[in-house]
Write a protein that binds this ligand. Structure first.
Ligand code: ZN
Length: 246
């Protein structure tokens, strides 16, 4: 409910249930860094769907609304965790063309929405399979090439803080990573970006529209299977790492 803490009260990542327990079960967090954790979310749009999220939240505690508001050292860790996820996709799932995306709410507005439909907690979505969302976004918004996540904050300052989509896709059979920032060039586009829920077009492009909302499609069996596969993958990596097994 909106109130003195209008965002934190209904953040999907931070909110606690009536019983006092977090809505995210501890076992869903499969890896922890200093700034970020890797989560196996409910609503496995494609089995293997992961989210990398910071611990901090825009809940009146001074956290970030989006990745573009995080400090460089946090973004550096995000890059490392993203490569860990990429390796998991490739070695454990045989998926070599993943996509990574974030819906950044740097412009404000929708993150004060009281319905809970929009997320107010920065997070990078990681899908093991390619989805032709590039063309869908290109047809609607202004596209800018980025060399890396580190350029995100600077580019957004240049354009003026506004809602955006960051998309990293893997093309040419896994040999080339393409990173793009989608922004709005007029108020109508910015407004559309602000209210966009990218899981809607992605689930339609996949032919799986019933999976658009995790509340309708929690896919708990898939969540349990992905947690087990991720842990097995990490255990295997530790066993072959230098000094591993000692
Ligand atoms: Zn939160």
């Amino acid at each position: 409910m909106p109130g003195s803490d209008p965002i934190g009260a209904y953040c999907t990542f931070c909110r606690e249930s009536a019983s006092g327990a977090s809505e995210i079960a501890p076992e869903q967090i499969v890896l922890r860094g200093r700034y970020f954790y890797v989560l196996v979310p409910l609503g496995q749009l494609i089995p293997g769907f992961l989210i990398i999220a910071p611990y901090s939240c825009d809940s009146g505690q001074g956290g970030a609304r989006c990745l573009a508001e995080l400090p460089d050292e946090a973004i550096a860790e995000l890059g490392e965790l993203k490569e860990t996820v990429r390796a998991f996709f490739e070695h454990a799932l045989g998926a070599t063309a993943p996509i990574f995306y974030e819906q950044g709410r740097a412009g404000g507005g929708a993150q004060t929405d009281a319905t809970g439909r929009f997320s107010h907690h920065a997070h990078l979505c990681c899908l093991p399979q390619p989805v032709a969302i590039d063309g869908w976004l290109e047809g609607r918004f202004t596209s800018t090439r980025l060399d890396g996540l580190g350029e995100l904050a600077g580019k957004l300052r240049q354009f003026g803080a506004q809602p955006y989509v960051y998309l990293e896709s893997t093309v040419r059979n896994g040999t080339e990573v393409r990173r793009r920032l989608f922004t709005g060039s007029d108020p109508a586009q910015r407004s559309e970006l602000e209210t966009l829920r990218l899981k809607d077009p992605i689930s339609h492009l996949l032919g799986l529209p019933e999976r658009a909302n995790w509340r309708d499609w929690p896919a708990r069996d898939d969540v349990a299977a992905v947690i087990a596969t991720f842990e097995e993958h990490l255990a295997g990596r530790r066993a072959v790492a230098p000094g591993g097994g000692r």
